[in-house]
Design a protein around this ligand. Sequence first.
Ligand SMILES: NC(=O)c1ccc[n+]([C@@H]2O[C@H](COP(=O)([O-])OP(=O)(O)OC[C@H]3O[C@@H](n4cnc5c(N)ncnc54)[C@H](OP(=O)(O)O)[C@@H]3O)[C@@H](O)[C@H]2O)c1
Ligand code: SF4
Ligand code: SF4
Length: 384
Amino acid sequence: MQYRTFGTLDWKTSALGFGAMRLPTLNDDPKQIDEPVATEMIRHAIDQGVNYVDTAWPYHGGASEPFVGRVLQDGYRERVKLATKMPVWLVESAADFDKYLDQQLERLQTDHIDFYLLHALHQNVWEKIHALDVLPWAEKAIASGRIGHLGFSFHDQYEVFERIVDAYDNWTFCQIQYNFMDIDYQAGLRGLRYAADKGLAVIIMEPLRGGRLAKNPPPPQVARLWATAATQRTPADWALQWLWHQLEVALLLSGMSEMQHVTENVASAARSGIGTLTEAELALIEDVRAAYETMSPIPCTQCRYCLPCPNGVNIPRVFEIYNEAIMYQDVAGARTSYQWLKEEARADRCVACLQCEEQCPQHIEIVTWLKTARELLDPPDAAA
Ligand SMILES: NC(=O)c1ccc[n+]([C@@H]2O[C@H](COP(=O)([O-])OP(=O)(O)OC[C@H]3O[C@@H](n4cnc5c(N)ncnc54)[C@H](OP(=O)(O)O)[C@@H]3O)[C@@H](O)[C@H]2O)c1
Ligand code: SF4
Ligand code: SF4
C-alpha cells in the first residue's frame, strides 16, 4: 500500500479507502448486505493496508453503519480511521445534530468518529444547517472527543463549493466527486485545487463514476484508444492511476462490490504515486475523455440558459442523464437516476411551449430530445 499526506494532519492515509456504499447484497435488496462476503472484503482490504473506511447514515437503506460497526470488531476498529456523515437533509432543529451523532456512535459501536462529514452539501441545505449553528455544535463535539475532525461532502456548482470552503477556517477535509470525466463537474479540478491550496485534505468519491469508467470491455471507440498504450492497464486502473497521479488528491474511496475489485484496487494502489503517469499516458486519457464526449448525443453544455421552464422541467439534468445512458451504455443506471428526479422536473411535464428553445445557444431541439429521453428513461412498461 502507498500512503499519502492528508491535508495538514500529522497522519498518513492509505491511497485507497473503502467506501461502504456498494457492498454485495442478497436477494437484490440493498438493505440485505451479504455480511460474510462483505466482512471478508473489508477486513482483507485492512489487512492489505487500507486505513480509511467511509460509511453514511443512508447507505444500504440504513444497514451500512451497523454492519461497519460489526466488521470493525475483533481489533479492526483500532487499525482504521472511521468516517461517517451527518444526514443533514433530515435535520429539522439544532437538537437533531446530537440525536443523529449519538445514534451513529451506537450503530458503529464506537465512542468516536475520526472523520465526520456534513453529508452531500448543496446551497439550500448548507444555509439551513449553518443557520442552526452546525459549526459551533461540531466544535463542541470535537472538544468532547466524539468527533475527531470535521469535513463535508459536496454536490452542487463550483461557486457554492468555494463559498462553503471559505465559510469556515477549521475544515480538515472535504469529499468531492472527481474522475477523468468530471474535471468540470460540480467542484471539479478547480475545487480540488482550491481546497488543497487552503490546506484541506481532498477525498475523492466516485473515482470510477460509480463503475461506469471501469466497464471491461469499454465501448469500442474507447477500447481502441486504450489498446494503443505502451503499458496495458484495465479501464479501472487507468481511472484510479489518473487520480493518484495528482498531488492534490489525498485518497480515493472506492465502493467495491466484490472481492475481485478489492484485490485489483489494492494492487493498483500499491503501484500508485504522485506524478507516475507519463505525458503520453495523460494525453491518452484526454483522448479517451474526448471519445466519451463524442458519444454524447445531445450537445447540451449545461449552461442553464433554458431555465426556468414555466412547467418546472429540469432540462439540463434530463439531458445529462440521457447522455450518460448512451455514453456509458448504462440504461439501467440512468433510469435509476431519472427516478431520483422530482416528478415535476421530469420530461413528461413539457407542454411544448418552445420558450426554452428560443434561449438555447446550442439551438438544441429541446422538445424533441425531451420526448426521446422520456421514451428511454421512463418507458410506459417500466412503470407497470
Ligand atoms: N458523500 C457523498 O455524497 C457520496 C456520494 C457518492 C459516494 N460516496 C462515497 O464514496 C465511495 C466511492 O464512490 P463510488 O462507490 O461511487 O465509487 P466508484 O469507484 O466510482 O464506483 C464503485 C463501483 O465501481 C465498480 N468497480 C470498483 N472497482 C472495480 C474494479 N477494479 N473493476 C471493475 N469495476 C470496479 C463497481 O461497480 P459494479 O458494482 O457495477 O461492478 C463498484 O460498485 C462510496 O462507496 C461512498 O462511500 C459518498
Ligand atoms: S418547451 Fe417544454 S421544457 Fe421547454 S420551456 Fe416549454 S414546457 Fe418547459
Ligand atoms: S440552454 Fe441548451 S445547452 Fe444550455 S442547458 Fe439548456 S439545453 Fe443545455
